[in-house]
Design a protein around this ligand. Structure first.
Ligand code: SF4
Length: 496
């Protein structure tokens, strides 16, 4: 801290500064635009603001906490502030760093929902309001530099206006631990900044370069590794090297969440928790069991950010053992999974290693098996499908519809997402609403019917505790039943 203030303020818009009522699935609600629920009520239901103390949030997005930790490690004076309280600390600031996931709503979930509701998603609206807020604009006039980073930084390549108008001075894309100090030093010395700073995969930090977070993360999210070895063509993560954290490092970050955040519910985060400690897409029994025994001995409940269907399908007995460890303390747990397509042909072309250790052409069977094992062991997946992949044919869509039909009895949400050009497919065309054909529509209705059929049961399982959350559950049920009715009407109108 200098002159009774901080040089660097870190923040994120209010859709990211939320714990989503301790239910990450509700975070999907930030991707929707305004709808039949009044905005104020919707915002409270899906992204209530985090508690603050003197303007400091009780938790912050994990990526922001990592940058905070790196800057503290390098000796900078830095503070993470709630977006509503920036004014309290802005006077001495020289830099405002903003974390973003989906700044323009170009992410797959947002583009899909925007095409249904024909409006800008909440997360894009709130990001824009933050960057153009009076407090940030005044600070910029006084010489403060604004840096933006996070998983959504790639979107500025398609929407450069905020950078061109100098509302944002530098967009940092990629894993920034090794470069953020350099960028900050340049700003503080008055050097010119490049408007875009893209960190190549070869400059990704090694394990020893990645600091531990020092303050709590939203919903106790703790990273257990980075990168992925499956190499799907449509994914940005494909390009990053695979690294797994040691158990000690994971436990240290869990301790930060327990001691500073009073958070005894932890979300283990990696692109595939089932591959913890493995270098080759085959689960490592010993490391996975040890991880879960150790973590569950420290906390009350757990969730996973992501898991692959193939890893689960390849080791159902190991998965049951992990489930036994987890279910000693909770009734179920959740994870996001990539179902992507039901077509073996398409799987072979765009994600040949997704089914590994099975053959790519076995993907639909692997997906059925994986979802069945998850159902039996009480992991509830939020499964995403990609609509409009390059080279997708009508037969591919029909195969996906058959898969969705086959897994109708598996407790899950299935969310169809429009193809967004990322990873090795970044030069392909976006999938637009105008390209949606009758089969796509049928598939999307089918997924909505599937998810809404399960949603009441999932709400009962998610909100088993008492208090205000029981009242909330009833709100979500009403919301689901209105959505169900609207989708049925739309379906009838479409196919009459
Ligand atoms: S889509 Fe998932 S499995 Fe495929 S490369 Fe990306 S993170 Fe890995």
């Amino acid at each position: 801290m200098t002159n009774n203030g901080f040089d660097i303020l870190l923040t994120a818009d209010r859709t990211l500064m939320s714990n989503y009522h301790s239910n990450e699935f509700l975070g999907f609600g930030t991707c929707a635009p305004s709808n039949f629920i009044p905005d104020v009520l919707y915002s409270y239901l899906f992204f209530p603001p985090l508690k603050t103390n003197k303007g400091l949030p009780s938790a912050a997005p994990y990526g922001l906490r990592k940058i905070e930790a790196q800057l503290l490690k390098e000796g900078f004076s830095v503070l993470t502030v709630s977006p509503q309280h920036l004014r309290k600390y802005i006077k001495t600031a020289k830099i405002v760093g903003i974390h973003t996931m989906d700044p323009f709503g170009f992410g797959p979930a947002s583009t899909t929902l925007a095409s249904v509701f024909k409006n800008e998603p909440f997360l894009a609206r709130h990001f824009h309001s933050l960057v153009t807020s009076p407090v940030v604009r005044e600070a910029k006039k006084n010489g403060v530099k604004v840096i933006v980073g996070g998983p959504g930084a790639w979107q500025f390549r398609y929407r450069p206006q905020l950078v061109e108008k100098k509302a944002i001075d530098c967009v940092v894309e990629g894993e920034a631990e090794r470069v953020i100090g350099k960028i900050v030093r340049s700003i503080l010395s008055g050097d010119e900044l490049p408007p875009y700073y893209e960190i190549a995969a070869r400059d990704a930090p090694q394990l020893e370069d990645i600091p531990d977070i020092v303050h709590p993360s939203v919903n106790g999210l703790v990273e257990i590794g980075r990168g992925c070895c499956r190499g799907c063509e449509f994914c940005n993560v494909t390009l990053r090297p695979l690294r797994w954290y040691s158990l000690d490092k994971i436990l240290r970050e869990i301790t930060v969440n327990i001691e500073c955040g009073k958070n005894r519910v932890i979300c283990l985060h990696s692109e595939d928790v089932m591959l913890y400690g493995s270098q080759n897409a085959v689960p490592n029994d010993e490391k996975l069991l040890k991880l879960h025994e150790l973590v569950m001995s420290k906390i009350q409940a757990i969730s996973w950010s992501h898991s692959s269907l193939a890893a689960v399908a390849s080791k159902p007995r190991l998965f049951s053992k992990i489930s036994e460890i987890i279910l000693q303390k909770q009734a179920w747990w959740g994870a996001e999974i990539g179902l992507e397509t039901g077509s073996a042909e398409l799987a072979k072309k765009i994600m040949p290693a997704k089914a590994f250790p099975f053959k790519p052409e076995e993907w639909p069977a692997v997906a059925r098996q994986g979802l069945g094992v998850m159902h039996d062991n009480k992991l509830i997946p939020a499964a995403t499908l990609i609509v409009g992949l390059p080279e997708e044919t009508e037969t591919d869509i029909i195969k996906t519809m058959e898969l969705v039909d086959d897994v109708k009895d598996c407790r899950s949400l299935i969310v169809p997402l429009f193809f967004v050009p990322l990873g090795r497919l970044k030069n392909k065309d976006w999938f637009r609403e105008a390209q949606v054909n009758k089969l796509h529509e049928q598939l999307m209705f089918q997924c909505a019917e599937h998810s809404l059929r399960w949603v009441d049961k999932l709400l009962d399982m998610s909100f088993m505790d008492k208090g205000y959350r029981v009242a909330l559950k009833e709100f979500y049920k009403v919301f689901a039943s209105i959505a169900r009715r609207q989708i049925r009407h739309a379906e009838i109108a479409e196919f009459e």
